[in-house]
Design a protein around this ligand. Sequence first.
Ligand SMILES: [Fe+2]
Ligand SMILES: [Fe+2]
Length: 242
Amino acid sequence: MESLESQLGKELANLDVSESDQKYIRYYLDLIKQKDTPTSEHSMRLAILGPKVARCLGPTMDQRAMLFTGGLHDIGKIEIEDDVLKKTKGFSAEDMEKMVAHPIISYLILEKVDLCSAEMALRHHHNQEDGYPSTEVINRLSKLTNGEKAKIEYHSLIFSRLDVYDAATNRKNDKYDGKVLTPEEVRPILIEQNPEVANEVNTLYDAGVLGSKKIIVPGIEIMVPGKKDQGVSIATTINEKA
Ligand SMILES: [Fe+2]
Ligand SMILES: [Fe+2]
């Protein structure tokens, strides 16, 4: 299976991201890797998935912003102490105060490269069950004009679906009885939380951008798109295992 680093490198080149922006993103991805491997892998996966999702949903989507946001939306966690970061339950009020700050720190880091991405990072938990930071805090920090607001709010909704999708399908979560969910189990959760983008979620599943299953047989890995009427015979990629 191709490494996350290699897939990200191809996407950065594909989107013509400047050398200096690539350095900036990689610098912070390295920092989060040293701090917390699961968050680093989650961020890399979302940096790779974000542009694919944008391409699938059409030309109004900003592929670069989806990549930057995916990579650095959780970068604010570098400021959270390890014992709080590793917790999955039993957060005290003080712990929560630290957790709630991470989208704000991510915003401050990302606004130096891309304002759209920064605003998406600021809002990435707002559309989730956690609902932070508050609308008041977002409005106080936001530098968006009214014209830009609708675009960013839509992108933020889509991105928050990807954030929940990736976390739920890759990490055990107390919200789901300590289980890692399958892509199909996450689909109704994504729609229930934000029904205004139900069509987009279904489009992504039907196209196999979300929900592809990895089947491992000795020596090879086969990615099978999630659409129900597509079978193993149309596997999109077959990769020699390194
Ligand atoms: Fe986050
Ligand atoms: Fe995240």
